[in-house]
Ligand binder design. Structure first.
Ligand SMILES: Nc1ncnc2c1ncn2[C@@H]1O[C@H](COP(=O)(O)OP(=O)(O)OP(=O)(O)O)[C@@H](O)[C@H]1O
Ligand SMILES: O=C(O)c1ccc[n+]([C@@H]2O[C@H](COP(=O)([O-])O)[C@@H](O)[C@H]2O)c1
Length: 223
């Protein structure tokens, strides 16, 4: 019997917000998959995070609670250096073998930036790609030429195909757009604007209890 589809949803999650959660739940339900939300210890394309890795993982655990089919995956917290996704997938394949179907879930902005990732072409050998649309980011229209060329014959419409092979397909996740972004939430907290409804109640309580993001200076670098 083919093992169940594992969806890896990596992110900085600084903090995890309702957009992340909606997409993870939607992927679980639409793809009949187990979704692992995986905080990056050291996200390769970002400056230093605002909450540390343990705090970001703790917020993820609070956000997920005991929701079936969702779990926090701490594998990148156990590695030093930048959290390159290809290294994570190679590590995962060493654990579970070459046959099990694995998909990487990314937002459209991440997908468009894929040619900047370490060994990006190999990602398609190690996993399927599932892409969630995001406001302001067209998926197929805005692809850089080298990504469009690699992606060309990989697009599929039917999620069942993700279960049929270990890697190599690209699926657009059909879901409503979600406007939330972690940087906007951090800005709102800093500026005293409403933000609590954009995160799970337990995450809002954690942020307040730990005084996260409130002290960000305007000059402290990118939000
Ligand atoms: N609202 C959203 N809709 C679709 N994809 C999203 C959304 N928010 C985040 N993602 C995707 O989830 C993954 C992790 O996102 P991340 O933790 O960096 O949050 P973010 O909101 O993009 O943060 P920031 O605003 O600081 O860039 C990325 O692939 C990103 O594209
Ligand atoms: O492997 C890379 O080169 C790489 C470059 C940029 C981002 N990523 C991964 O993409 C995921 C989303 O990244 P981010 O910065 O939007 O939170 C997260 O798991 C990162 O580790 C990976």
């Amino acid at each position: 019997m083919t093992p169940p589809l594992l969806v890896l949803y990596g992110g900085t999650f600084d903090p995890v917000h309702n957009g992340h959660l909606a997409i993870a739940r939607h992927a679980r339900d639409a793809l009949h998959a187990e979704v692992h939300l995986m905080p990056a210890a050291d996200p390769p394309h970002k400056g230093p995070t605002h909450a540390d890795a343990e705090q970001r993982a703790a917020m993820l655990a609070l956000a997920i609670g005991d929701a079936p089919g969702l779990q926090v995956d701490r594998r990148e917290l156990q590695r030093e250096g930048p959290s390159y996704t290809i290294d994570t997938l190679r590590e995962l394949r060493a654990d579970i073998g070459d046959k099990a179907p694995v998909a990487l879930l990314v937002g459209a902005d991440s997908f468009i930036g894929l040619p900047g990732w370490k060994s990006w072409r190999e990602l398609f050998e190690q996993a399927h790609l599932v892409v969630a649309a995001r406001p302001g980011n067209g998926i197929r229209a805005q692809l850089p030429a080298e990504l469009a060329a690699v992606a060309e014959n990989r697009w599929i419409e039917d999620p069942v195909q993700l279960h049929a092979g270990p890697a190599g397909c690209i699926l657009r996740l059909q879901q409503p757009l979600h406007p939330e972004s972690a940087s906007d939430i951090r800005r709102r907290i800093r500026d005293g604007e409403p933000w609590q409804e954009q995160v799970a109640p337990a995450v809002a309580a954690y942020i307040v209890r730990n005084g996260l993001y409130a002290g960000l200076a305007v000059t402290s670098g990118p939000l």
